[in-house]
Ligand binder design. Structure first.
Ligand code: NDP
Length: 308
């Protein structure tokens, strides 16, 4: 029987492992298909304290992993295919075959940015395409960028980028924004942001990196038109989905699927099960916040173990 099983290998999972290992909980961490988590889709991390010159995401995640390993974390590679969390003994299956039993489980499965599904966005990922303005906006200082989406995230990211960039296009598929009134007003009042309503992105263009985007205006309507915009960066802000499908029906999730935790704690609706990082955080989605919540999850797991 394991004392602590951690699912997820982003900043939340690794930080939970460092704390759990140092507390002699001998954690087992299950690394999924993308070790390092969402951070790995960014180009350079410049906002994580402790790296004054910035750090490549791979390096940072490798550093965290080695730190967790140093104190005795055991790593298992594979996809969790089934979880039974309601009993005192938690059961987790990896790749359908390998069963792991544990007294506590820390869920740090993260969230995934939604992508448009056009072929070129994958091609240019990390070379002009980003799903995080706060992470990558800095690389586009003085340049022209586009943000896709009409919700609060898109408006917020467009505003953030307008402080750095020469011009920001906001590409919105409907004739209106879905964002809250105040966010909409900020966008409309910002002279650097041009909103392109009723536009969809067809493809991205450029030699080595993004240099432009082909857009279609009012697709399928009699006045349909094609447009080309010259841009250096293309930011997706069409929402995220938390990677929590495995736990629905067992844990309390909100309408979007984020794990509900007791306010200010990583405690879920089930004793012995804790959530850390983006799978329980629809608001901040930052590596440093995820790392902090990984720490609190391990501390709570340790506390819980003492009550058994
Ligand atoms: P939302 O789901 O609110 O908005 C997603 C946006 O992306 C919508 O405008 C949607 O268009 C558009 N979209 C989805 N799929 C596509 C597609 N394939 N092509 C083009 N556009 C697409 O997500 P957000 O991340 O913006 O917000 C999530 C939650 O977080 C919300 O509740 C929001 O209020 C909250 N939030 C709050 C903030 C704040 O208060 N400061 C900041 C950020 C988020 P359509 O409208 O046509 O469906």
């Amino acid at each position: 029987m394991n004392k602590c099983l951690i699912i997820g290998s982003g900043p939340a999972g690794y930080t939970a492992a460092i704390y759990a290992a140092r507390a002699n909980m001998e954690p087992v961490l299950i690394e999924g298909p993308q070790p390092g988590g969402q951070l790995m889709i960014t180009t350079e991390v410049e906002n994580f304290p402790g790296y004054p010159d910035g750090v490549e995401p791979f390096q940072m995640m490798d550093d965290m992993r080695r730190q967790a390993e140093r104190f005795g974390t055991r790593f298992v590679s594979g996809i969790v295919t089934k979880a039974e969390l309601t009993d005192t003994v938690k059961r987790i299956w990896v790749e359908d075959n390998d069963l792991y039993e544990a007294q506590t489980v820390i869920i740090a499965t993260g969230a995934s940015a939604r992508w448009l599904g056009i072929p070129s966005e994958k091609e240019y990922r990390g070379r002009g395409v980003s799903a995080c303005a706060t992470c990558d906006g800095f690389f586009y200082r003085g340049k022209t960028v586009a943000v896709v989406g009409g919700g609060d995230t898109a408006c917020e990211e467009a505003g953030y980028l307008s402080n750095l960039c020469k011009k920001v296009y906001l590409i919105v598929r409907k004739p209106y924004l879905r964002a809250s009134q105040i966010m909409q007003q900020r966008v409309f009042d910002n002279p650097k942001i041009e909103v392109l309503f009723e536009h969809n992105t067809v493809c991205l263009t450029g030699e080595q990196k993004v240099e432009g985007a082909d857009l279609v205006y009012r697709k399928g309507e009699p006045d349909e038109q094609m447009h080309h915009i010259a841009i250096d960066g293309f930011f997706l802000a069409i929402g995220h989905h938390p990677n929590t499908g495995l736990f629905s029906g067992q844990l309390d999730l909100d309408a979007e699927g984020y794990i509900i935790t007791r306010p200010g704690t990583p405690c879920t609706s089930l004793p012995g099960v804790f959530a850390a990082g983006d799978c329980a955080d629809p608001h901040y989605r930052q590596a440093i916040v995820a790392a902090g919540s990984g720490c609190t999850a391990a501390l709570e797991a340790e506390r819980y173990l003492k009550t058994l």
